[in-house]
Design a protein around this ligand. Structure first.
Ligand code: ATP
Ligand code: MG
Length: 479
């Protein structure tokens, strides 16, 4: 029953059932929804996650599904991944699972490897350290692994740097970010456990931090981006106190590690709801804090025209993601920031720089602005530069060795970028059709007369070879 109520038609948000159980929660412990009162079926759970849960149970340990997967199952959405928590320590987990690897410094986790899937298995953690900080690990007399404490480390501003304090299931739920992300599914009796009012918030479509939002955003500023992403993705609203705290703390987003912000931005922009995410980022002040230079440029006009392409590109990326078409990170960046980078290229060109050098300088300038806050990886930056600079190559058909151009790993991204940004022009569309035909054949495809006539296919010049005088160079070098 509860599944139909929670699933977001939100026809019956305030069911007598959920209101009664939530009132109970205020008086005594968690709300527990028994197996026959919710509709999470084991058929919807990854078989590998179930294997992990049953193995834990058979070895006498607790095993819960937690976080996003329980939230999504209750909403009738397909979970992206399945996270499991247990009271077994990482050492105990390693003994039970042969296919296990312990990973992570900030959070010590076990990865249970299956053929096509990795199940993340964590030991219940607590938010607060329960004994003074110490780096030494006490050992039990019999040599068995003792539960490790004192693994919580915060910086002077209260940001969590490391967080490995083991705790109870309740403590583990309370240290999570939002109430809707704190629900768990207990393999022992197939019940759902709610320590934070997450079920009520799921019913009402609300993103609310667990505990004081000011403190929670201070501990981890990335939670602000997560709030935006979940609100946009699930069509939820950010609860008022949480929203106010978010707006007040928006500028502190830059304290988060730059590589983590890059990962998080990709998740936002490739969520299928990038346009909604952008609206929320702008309304809360997060966008200005994350992209100060680009945000200023967006608010200005070029030659009397506002910069509208960014919004159009967000919508285009959303519709592709929603249709299940992959958008690579370099293509995403090219689509969103290409016009901005082109503007920079134009400036360098005016200063007399050759075209290719101007593109390189423009991308370098964009990276210089962005990377102190959002660390775009070098690999992605190079691929972005290639997508932009290879647009010139598309004009030359057939050009030299077209088959080696179509064999490039990024050929599809280069074509897609051109198609999305300029494909509405007839001659460009024809060019792209020619390249697509060429990419499907080994042999050179004839160039249509109208393209050649339009001057798109410059005549190949015969290269004159300079004759080298034998040994003169070497002799000069040797001298
Ligand atoms: P997604 O659909 O993107 O996977 P998710 O909620 O599962 O959403 P994950 O990043 O997979 O997000 O994290 C799993 C769970 O870990 C979350 O549901 C939440 O309970 C907890 N969590 C993740 N990041 C944080 C954080 N920064 N602070 C507190 N808890 C977090
Ligand atoms: Mg997840």
């Amino acid at each position: 029953m509860i599944q139909t109520k929670i699933r977001h038609g939100i026809s019956d948000r305030e069911s007598s059932y959920s209101m009664k159980t939530i009132k109970n929660q205020e008086k005594s412990g968690p709300v527990v929804i028994a197996r026959n009162e919710h509709e999470i079926s084991r058929k919807l759970i990854s078989p590998n996650a179930l294997r992990v849960l049953y193995r834990l149970k058979d070895n006498g340990f607790a095993g819960y599904l937690v976080g996003g997967c329980v939230r999504d199952l209750l909403l009738g959405r397909e979970p992206k991944d399945f996270d499991v928590v247990t009271d077994a320590t990482p050492g105990e987990v390693k003994r039970i699972f042969r296919n296990c690897r312990l990973v992570g410094r900030r959070f010590r986790l076990a990865h249970i490897h299956f053929q096509n899937e990795i199940i993340e298995l964590a030991t219940f953690r607590s938010q607060a350290p329960d004994e003074p900080e110490t780096e030494t690990e006490p050992k039990e007399a019999d040599g068995a692994e003792q539960r490790r404490h004192s693994r919580m480390l915060k910086d002077d501003d209260g940001m969590i740097l490391r967080d490995n304090v083991y705790g109870t299931p309740e403590e583990d739920a309370l240290r999570r970010d939002f109430t809707v992300n704190s629900l768990s599914y207990n393999i022992a009796d197939f019940s759902i456990i709610d320590y934070t009012g997450g079920l009520a918030d799921l019913n009402a479509g609300i993103i609310r931090t667990i505990g004081d939002p000011d403190v929670r955003f201070q501990e981890d500023p990335v939670r602000m981006l997560r709030a935006v992403r979940f609100a946009a993705q699930l069509g939820f609203t950010i609860e008022e106190k949480t929203r106010k705290a978010l707006v007040a703390a928006a500028d502190t987003i830059v304290r988060a590690a730059a590589p983590r912000l890059f990962d998080e931005m990709l998740k936002l922009l490739l969520s299928g709801e990038g346009a909604k995410c952008y609206d929320l980022l702008r309304q809360t002040g997060l966008f200005q804090a994350l992209f100060p230079d680009f945000a200023n440029w967006l608010s200005e006009e070029s030659e009397g025209f506002p910069h509208t392409r960014f919004g159009e590109m967000l919508e285009c990326v959303d519709s592709r993601v929603q249709q299940g078409t992959r958008v690579s990170p370099p293509l995403l960046l090219a689509l969103l920031f290409g016009e901005y980078i082109d503007g920079k290229t134009g400036r360098f060109r005016q200063q007399g720089m050759p075209w290719q050098q101007s593109v390189n300088a423009a991308v370098a300038e964009f990276m210089g602005e962005t990377c102190p806050i959002i660390m775009i990886t070098n690999r992605v930056a190079i691929a972005l530069r290639e997508i932009i600079s290879q647009q010139m190559r598309l004009k030359k058909i057939p050009g030299r060795r077209p088959e080696s151009f179509t064999a490039r790993d990024d050929f599809n991204d280069i074509i897609e970028y051109c198609r999305i940004t300029r494909g509405d022009k007839k001659d460009v569309a024809r060019l792209l059709d020619w390249w697509t035909a060429q990419s499907r054949q080994q042999e050179p495809v004839p160039v249509p007369a109208e393209l050649a006539a339009a001057g798109e296919a410059p005549q190949r010049k015969k290269r004159r070879r300079r004759r080298r005088k034998p040994n003169t160079k070497n002799r000069t070098e040797a001298e």
